[in-house]
Design a protein around this ligand. Sequence first.
Ligand SMILES: C[S@@+](CC[C@H](N)C(=O)[O-])C[C@H]1O[C@@H](n2cnc3c(N)ncnc32)[C@H](O)[C@@H]1O
Length: 249
Amino acid sequence: MNLRLYSDLAHLWPIISPPEEYMVEAQEWLDVIRGRLDLTAATGRGLPTLLELGCGGGHLLSHLTEHFITEAVDISPQMLEISQRLNPQTLHHQGDMRDVRLGRTFDVVAIHDAINYMTTEGDLGAAIATAEAHLNPGGVLLLAPDCIEETFTGPRVVEWTREAEDRSVTFIEYMGKPRAGSTTVESVFIFVIDDDGDIRVETDRHTGGLFPTNTWLGLLDAAGLAAEYIQTNAYEGGFGGNLFVGRKG
Ligand SMILES: C[S@@+](CC[C@H](N)C(=O)[O-])C[C@H]1O[C@@H](n2cnc3c(N)ncnc32)[C@H](O)[C@@H]1O
């Protein structure tokens, strides 16, 4: 997998998707967690614990670190470096969400939009098995895919511009039409980087998973987690707004 956004273009992530844009979603997550986790049991041991798999730049995580003792995993060393800078109190590990095993368990395990990179039912099941293996009894798993099959209609184009100190970056994403019978959607990313009039264009291609609600709920159930679907607020361009929750008995 060579995804430029998470390797040589990783420095663009904090510009096109800055941490402050995750505040509302983090608050929604906190409400969902508080409604399901026995915080008195967790806080008996101090702050509850949270593991994020596929933390990326740690932007969403940065709104959770005051509420939890946190650890984070990502496959990309460049993204881990960005998250480490933003979240110095979090223990970071390089690993693949499909097979990483830290040998510890947590009150909450979360996989935010990184779950999009699970493109087969086998991979999605493996990531859920990893999450389950890291959950305490009574613990809560959150999965937040950008798209689910029932509500996704491609092709879809989204674009926005963000200003940084010395540059402006315009991000354009084209998401294709899902092929019949396929569990994936192809995306093309275009980055227009304007350094004070010196304009450069970079491109990248990603493949994301697209599964119906029943697949998500069925895989959570098969992993022994009590499953539910919660609709939350979507981001610009209609991304997100989906939360699958699993509770370990
Ligand atoms: C969109 S970014 C996540 C951004 C994150 N939600 C944030 O708040 O900054 C997706 C991340 O998933 C990671 N990723 C993709 N496949 C992975 C895998 N198999 N295991 C772990 N991380 C993975 C990528 O390296 C990337 O950092």
